[in-house]
Design a protein around this ligand. Structure first.
Ligand SMILES: *Cc1c(COP(=O)(O)O)cnc(C)c1O
Length: 422
């Protein structure tokens, strides 16, 4: 089938995510990828500067992950995970626990970041209920993004994404975002007022991703963790974006020396090759569900929970996070800093920032996700061989770890040329 034929099928039959089909440019037909490069149907090459929505970790089509997937899919492709188990899940769980911050010892698998958050929130609420100390409240941070299902939307910031459902989302205690506000003081005040009703605080450690790539300090994360521990409030770390080396160290919590009660993982968990989520808890949380009373069970599961092929991809990806990968991540961070130092003085650029392999800047002008400058930059970058997807006026570069300094130079050159254009 020719590309013209199958893109016509797409236009006729497919509904794309986060896409306004009345106005969006046609989707870019991609036929192949390797490393940081995507190949289009018309023979062009694009640098994937956003890790294909923040998932691709080591690079596209990594042979070690591809081999693991091929082998596993010929051995055991899927089996029910309630009442059955398999080696890829058991070994991936053990290997995750081995690299996670201390105390996180129980892995609940699911499908994606949103489900990892749903499981975390349900586990936190039911944990207290199982103890006969029901705590109905959850706290979350302004500008947070935790996913698109209802529970995840509820703990996310209210705004463009959630407006159509506003009256169906449960109320959450909202703390000011740590970039501009005093989150710690707000949490202290909340715990003083209603601590015995507060089940958990959920945070995106050190990096509010979809809320505008807002980076916040390690000492604030430590202070929030201390507050939670003192106030007997559970801390949920949503590392769906920050996990697996994005911020430099393997986890943002590790970077800050914080051990949460519950951690959500997805995106890079399989190196970006297959969907998989995990919610990892402490033994204390797990014990809070072990009981002869069947009503204390966590009644949650998905058809594809711990899919063996996805778990095999996860194991292969984890093995690739070695010393070489750490050096690549450091090289990316250095390159980010050099390029942003150049861009920082540009009159249209505000708030340049770097956290490990993630770099961001704001383009002066209209703020917010619906700002049009992001779309203009994305279109310009596409014409110039780079895949970018700004969040409104927030431009970020979040490349796979195989991206070379030369490739980063190309990406930044395109951003610079766009800024020079008018
Ligand atoms: C992307 C993201 C999610 C949602 O993950 P999906 O796999 O898209 O459902 C949750 N939390 C954070 C921090 C994310 O960046």
């Amino acid at each position: 089938m020719t590309a013209a034929e199958w893109t016509a099928l797409d236009a006729r039959y497919v509904w794309h995510p986060y896409t306004q089909h009345a106005t969006a440019p046609l989707p870019v037909p991609i036929v192949r990828a390797e490393g940081a490069r995507l190949h289009t149907a018309d023979g062009r090459v694009l640098l994937d500067a956003i890790s294909s929505w923040w998932v691709t970790l080591h690079g596209h089509c990594h042979p070690a992950i591809a081999d693991a997937i091929a082998e596993q899919s010929r051995t055991l492709e899927q089996v029910i995970f309630a009442g059955c188990t398999h080696e890829p899940a058991a070994r991936l769980a053990a290997e995750l626990v081995n690299v996670l911050p201390p105390g996180l010892t129980r892995v609940f698998f699911s499908d994606d970041g949103s489900t990892a958050v749903e499981v975390a929130v349900k586990a936190a609420l039911q944990f207290w209920r199982n103890r006969d100390e029901p705590r109905p409240l959850l706290a979350a941070i302004e500008h947070a993004y935790h996913g698109d299902t209802f529970g995840a939307m509820s703990v996310s910031a209210r705004g463009t994404f959630t407006d159509p459902f506003a009256d169906r989302l449960w109320a959450v205690e909202r703390l000011p975002d740590p970039v501009d506000g005093d989150t710690v003081a707000a949490l202290r005040a909340l715990i003083d007022r209603r601590g015995s009703e507060l089940a958990a605080l959920i945070v995106e450690p050190l990096l509010l991703g979809a809320g505008g790539m807002r980076m916040w300090p390690e000492h604030t994360l430590r202070a929030l963790a201390e507050c939670c521990a003192k106030g007997h409030v559970l801390l949920i770390a949503d590392e769906v974006l920050t996990g697996f080396g994005r911020t430099g160290p393997l986890f943002a919590c590790a970077r800050a020396g914080v051990a949460p009660d519950i951690m959500c993982l997805s995106k890079g968990l399989t190196g970006g090759a297959l969907p998989l989520g995990a919610t990892v808890t402490t033994e204390r949380i797990f014990e809070g569900f072990r009981s002869h009373d069947r009503l204390q069970t966590l009644f949650h599961g998905h058809s594809y929970t711990a899919n063996p092929v996805a778990c095999a991809a996860g194991r292969a990806s984890l093995a690739l996070l070695d010393a070489d990968s750490a050096r690549n991540r450091e090289a990316i961070e250095r390159a980010h800093r050099e390029h942003l130092a150049q861009l920082a003085s540009h009159p249209r650029v505000r708030r340049t920032r770097v956290l490990g392999t993630v770099a961001a800047l704001d383009i002066d002008g209209e703020d917010g996700y619906l700002s049009t400058v992001g779309g203009e930059l994305a279109a310009f970058a596409l014409r110039n061989g780079v895949l970018l997807r700004p969040l409104g006026n927030v431009v970020y570069v979040l490349p796979p770890f195989c991206t070379t300094p030369d490739e980063l130079a190309v990406i930044y050159r395109v951003i610079e040329r766009f800024l020079e254009r008018r």
